[in-house]
Design a protein around this ligand. Structure first.
Ligand code: PSU
Ligand code: MN
Length: 306
């Protein structure tokens, strides 16, 4: 970090990183823009509890009054969950810093800040990716390019179901970002187990994930390692009904002229309302499952398994 005071790292996180103890990064856009109140705060705090119960230090990451903060306090999480804040991907970090704005950090911004603080594992829900129509709109998430430049292990349940999944997988190939399935050779479909697209590699244990990450770092490669962890079977939505809802969500976004950064929150909110909260329950269940696996991977990495 060029300016060591540019990012605030909690003493708990700093000490754990320095001592090589396991730490798990978590993003804040999931609770500032992805989940409705008051469930958003419950989910954010429950995730921290779950991480602690696994013997891992939680590092929730967001921007508080302009300051990128790694290891937010409970009071800070409560503030971000309760206020209308901006959504910060990497390019908004300096803007928030200069204007003093608070922000939820996307996967891209969170991965950047986690790495700056020395954290190697990050769990989230669903990744950003290539939006439908991107060949003319150029709308692809900054998550893609950032994950090609910033090394962490990122545990997710695939790219969000609203995205163009094959195009997203092609972009990860071009950007040289490895994508592996956790105990599956199918790319997970966020709310559903299987996106319908295959993967070339599978890993079967946290130790194997740790070994893959170590191999990548050992080669000096800059990219993250993406672990696709499918939603637990019992929590999955019905894929046929979901496809129909997603079609309607796209049509509504089109009708209302929704563009840019607002697109992802709009589509997720549409789906939550159209499924009467079922997609919300699925989102929370898969997130919990990813937090659990992230803790195991962080523990394996800290144990020096390679
Ligand atoms: N996954 C969720 N809910 C979310 C997001 C992901 O379950 O709100 C957020 C992540 O922070 C991700 C962002 O980085 O959406 C992608 O937004 P965009 O497509 O504008 O890059
Ligand atoms: Mn976008």
């Amino acid at each position: 970090m060029p300016d060591p005071t540019a990012v605030a790292v909690s003493s708990e996180v700093r000490e754990a990183v320095a001592a090589g103890r396991p730490v798990l990064a978590m993003e804040s856009t999931i609770f500032t823009h992805g989940l409705p109140r008051p469930r958003n705060l419950e989910v954010a705090l429950a995730a921290e509890e779950q991480v602690r119960a696994a013997g891992v230090v939680p590092a929730t990451i967001g921007v508080v009054d302009g300051v990128p903060t790694v290891g937010m306090s409970t009071a800070q999480v409560e503030r971000l969950a309760g206020e209308d804040v901006i959504k910060a991907s990497v390019r908004e970090l300096p803007i928030a810093r200069a204007t003093g704005a608070s922000a939820g950090t996307t996967i891209a911004a969170t991965a950047f800040l986690a790495h700056a603080a020395g954290i190697e594992v990050f769990s989230t829900g669903g990744l950003g990716g290539v939006h439908h129509g991107a060949s003319t709109t150029f709308d692809e998430s900054a998550d893609l390019v950032t994950l090609s430049r910033v090394p962490v292990v990122l545990v997710s349940s695939g790219a969000k179901a609203i995205l163009d999944i094959p195009a997203t997988l092609e972009r990860f190939e071009t950007l040289s970002v490895p994508v592996v399935g956790y105990r599956t050779l199918r790319y997970p479909g966020f709310y559903v187990h299987d996106s319908g697209y295959p993967l070339a590699q599978q890993v079967d244990s946290p130790e194997q994930v740790a070994a893959l990450y170590r191999a990548s770092r050992g080669l000096g490669l800059p990219a993250s390692v993406l672990v696709g962890n499918p939603i637990p079977e019992g929590d999955s939505l019905d894929p046929v009904a979901l496809d129909e809802v997603i079609e309607r969500a796209w049509a509504a976004a089109d009708d209302q002229g929704v563009r840019g950064q607002a697109t992802t929150p709009f589509l997720l909110d549409f789906i939550q309302r159209a499924t009467k909260g079922e997609s919300l329950d699925a989102n929370v269940a898969l997130y919990r499952n990813n937090v659990a696996l992230g803790c195991e991977v962080a523990t394996a990495l800290a144990a020096g398994v390679s």
